[in-house]
Ligand binder design. Structure first.
Ligand code: T1G
Length: 693
């Protein structure tokens, strides 16, 4: 074992301290597995050691198998075999965990005879988030240690469990501030005693009916995702088989999922998330410190943004124009925290702490000391430009000024100030304190450190940032507007709202787009259509069904009627809407026809991919993965398909281009195939082959 090897042994008297040192996260790569296996073999043979501790250098214990290895054949020694050698060791082996022991990392710890957790550490089996199940004994050893129902919860949620809960579950033997010293001490005490091997234990008595009831609910909630159901299958085996048989079956399920499209899609999104934060020419270290922020506007968005910032520990001043509006905003924020306390997410004292970070004022001059000011006022360009002109004279030099606009031209907003280089867009998604996605809109004049500041703020808020350029609707809303038009066309051509929503929900969308429109309110897009009417291209097909519904006050769920009827909290098909739609088709001379679920999905997918190709070609989005992240994190696109561009590559861009050409033939102007899509097809290339712009 050489010093540069990722696994080394440091003697601590008669305890072998096995240190895994493989930055950045000590993933259980092939060299790590090999080194660990050699260390365990040496422990058995070396009479100088009575016991061993497995610990890690760097920021965390093993954070899982090396996901980058999953696209190539697994190389021995395989993790399950290494773990059997640990568990079967004649000498005690204790895991000393810090950071986050996840996936294969926790499985290494489960194969040890005891586990010590640093007080700040956490553990988890997040494999289902990658479309996998634990593949090295997690589904077999965990239930033996903490019981079937607790194991069901941890494995199918993939959630991380903090130290105290891990201790109370019986997952670890002790929590200690110095996890390595405590582990060495414990290892010494275990010498000569009877070793506790999880694999040799029986699954504790369990309530099978309760387990199955929870399992059924989990599978239902997983919708089209496979991993949760497969994990439940593997868990059931733990109660029926010995460890060897159970692990063999678990491994087979794991390998099947690892080779499947869903895991490939989810691993694509995993790495896309980490790529998204990398912007050429933007050095994260240049980010300006942000500790105190100002939020202007305490409506739904402003209140959500204020909560997101307070949750992250920032000092927040919320500004409104009148005392009445300010009080309404404060009450909105407090009710958000009351709901969090009621649901058990936070305690009352945490609510007090977070509310204590919020100040409320009608005096915009009080923002003069703020590091960052973000506005969430009425979605009107002139209103925002006026506000930024005022802010220009209030904000301190070096402050960052941000707009939460969802589609307006941020360049024009920046030009209202004498400091356009300090302005950017921070497009939150509602509810702003819940949705992870945030589009960071980079203007033509923004300084790189201002973009870095936006990225740093997003990370501090626990958000998923995607950097984009300026265009109408940026990435997500622009793509949504495009496929929403196709949906209007299909309503006029022959489909009904519930048919469109059913087809797209079966495809995997979290909620049908017409039900979503009813939830968001039809009046918002109606106002926009009226504002754009004068400049709308007369050559483009325009459907008036939405206008008819709004003229009747059918603004959606809030009005009790929209595309659907809402009575007794139920969403119902409304024959009046069917009649309105049929009248509109008749007025256009359209003979309605049945539109199959396949056609509905094809036309929506074609519109998404075609618009995305234009967004990439214009440089508004940096890379295809960024668009996949926006659509899966902001618009309900099924993550297990990897996002629209990952799925388009899998289906074959030639098929997509054929649909796009049919759309152009049928719907005319504005639906021409995107040049980038045609180029990729002509060259036999994929979106994945596109290098960063
Ligand atoms: N494999 C390979 N690379 C990984 C990795 C992993 N498991 N985890 C992180 N990285 C890379 C990441 O791409 C980035 O690279 C760098 O490390 C820092 O990551 C057999 C089959 C551990 C909480 O799912 O949750 O075990 O961009 O930016 O914010 O049953 O990384 O710098 O080039 O996220 O401090 C199960 C995944 C795997 C954990 C740290 N484990 N990782 O967060 O850093 S499957 C996971 C995370 C498995 C077994 C099964 C997080 C983190 P680059 P980062 P971070």
């Amino acid at each position: 074992m050489t010093d540069t090897a990722p696994v080394r042994i440091e003697p601590r008297e008669r305890v072998a301290l096995i240190i895994i040192d493989s930055p950045p996260v000590n993933a259980a790569s092939h060299p790590v597995r090999k080194g660990l296996a050699e260390a365990i073999d040496r422990l058995q043979a070396d009479n100088g050691f009575d016991a061993a501790v497995i610990a890690c250098a760097g920021s965390t214990f093993v954070a899982g198998a090396d996901i980058r290895e999953f696209n190539s054949p697994p190389q021995p020694p395989h993790l399950p075999d290494v773990l059997f050698s640990i568990e079967r060791s004649a000498k005690p082996v204790v895991a000393a965990i810090h950071g986050t022991a996840l996936g294969g990392g926790l499985e290494i710890a489960l194969a040890c005879h005891a586990r010590i957790l640093n007080a700040k550490a956490a553990v988890g089996l997040p494999e289902v988030k990658l479309g996998l199940i634990p593949g090295a004994g997690g589904t077999q050893r965990l239930p033996r240690l903490i019981g079937m129902e607790a194991a069901l919860d941890m494995i199918t949620s993939g959630r991380t469990v903090r130290a105290e809960e891990a201790k109370s579950l019986g997952l670890v033997d002790a929590v200690a501030p110095d996890h390595v010293a405590a582990a060495i001490e414990l290892a010494g005490r275990l010498v000569g005693g009877r070793l506790r091997r999880a694999g040799a234990m029986d699954v504790p008595a369990w309530d099978q009916a309760a387990f199955e009831a929870k399992a059924a609910a989990i599978v239902k909630k997983a919708r089209g995702k496979l991993a949760e159901g497969k994990a439940i299958e593997a868990l059931r085996l733990a109660a029926q088989s010995d460890i060897e048989k159970g692990m063999a079956a678990e491994r087979a399920i794991f390998q099947e999922l690892r080779a499947g499209s869903q895991s490939g899609a989810l691993r694509h999104l995993f790495f896309a998330e980490r790529e998204a934060a990398k912007v050429p020419g933007v050095d994260p270290k240049t980010a300006r410190p942000v500790e105190a922020v100002g939020v202007i506007g305490a409506g739904t968005m402003g209140a959500g943004i204020a909560v997101a910032c307070a949750d992250a520990g920032l000092a927040v001043t919320v500004i409104e124009t009148t005392d009445d509006a300010l009080e309404k905003g404060r009450a909105r924020i407090e009710s958000t925290y009351d709901r969090m306390v009621k649901s058990g997410r936070i305690g009352a004292e945490e609510k007090t702490r977070r509310m204590g970070r919020l100040a409320f004022s009608t005096d915009i001059a009080s923002l003069a000391t703020r590091d960052l000011i973000i506005e969430a006022v009425f979605e009107d360009l002139e209103v925002k430009r006026d506000l930024f002109a005022r802010l220009d004279n209030i904000a301190r030099p070096g402050a960052t000024l941000a707009t939460n606009t969802s589609y307006l031209d941020v360049n024009l907003i920046a030009d209202a100030t004498a400091r356009p280089q300090d302005v950017l867009g921070l497009h939150f998604f509602s509810p702003a304190n819940v949705m992870r996605l945030i589009e960071i809109v980079r203007t033509t004049q923004a300084r790189p450190e201002v973009v870095a500041t936006g990225l740093s703020l997003a990370r501090k808020l626990g958000k998923l940032p995607v950097v984009c350029g300026v265009c109408d609707g940026f990435i997500g809303n622009r793509i949504f507007a495009s496929y929403r038009k196709q949906i209007d066309y299909m309503l006029e051509d022959g489909a009904l709202p519930h048919e469109i929503d059913a087809a797209l929900e079966a495809y995997g969308l979290a909620m049908g787009p017409l039900a979503v429109t009813d939830l968001a309110g039809l009046d918002i897009s109606w106002a926009r259509r009226k504002r754009l009417a004068a400049t709308r291209d007369p050559r483009e097909r325009y459907v008036e069904i939405g206008d008819r519904l709004c003229e009747l006050g059918r603004f959606g769920q809030k009005a009790g009627r929209g595309y659907y009827l809402y009575a007794n909290g139920q969403r119902q098909i409304d024959p009046d809407v069917t009649a309105i739609i049929e009248d509109e088709s008749r007025a256009k001379g359209i003979v309605r026809r049945r539109i199959s679920p396949e056609e509905i999905i094809d036309r929506v997918r074609g519109a998404i991919v075609n618009e995305a190709a234009k967004i990439l070609d214009e440089g508004v989005a940096q890379r295809p993965g960024d668009i996949d992240l926006v659509m899966t994190n902001g618009y309900g696109f099924p993550a297990w398909l990897g996002g629209p561009l990952h799925e388009a590559d899998a289906l074959g861009l030639g098929k997509i281009l054929q649909t796009v050409k049919e759309t152009a033939r049928r719907d005319g102007h504005g639906w021409e195939p995107a040049p980038l899509l045609e180029r990729l097809v002509a060259k036999g290339e994929s979106f994945a082959s596109l290098k960063l712009s």
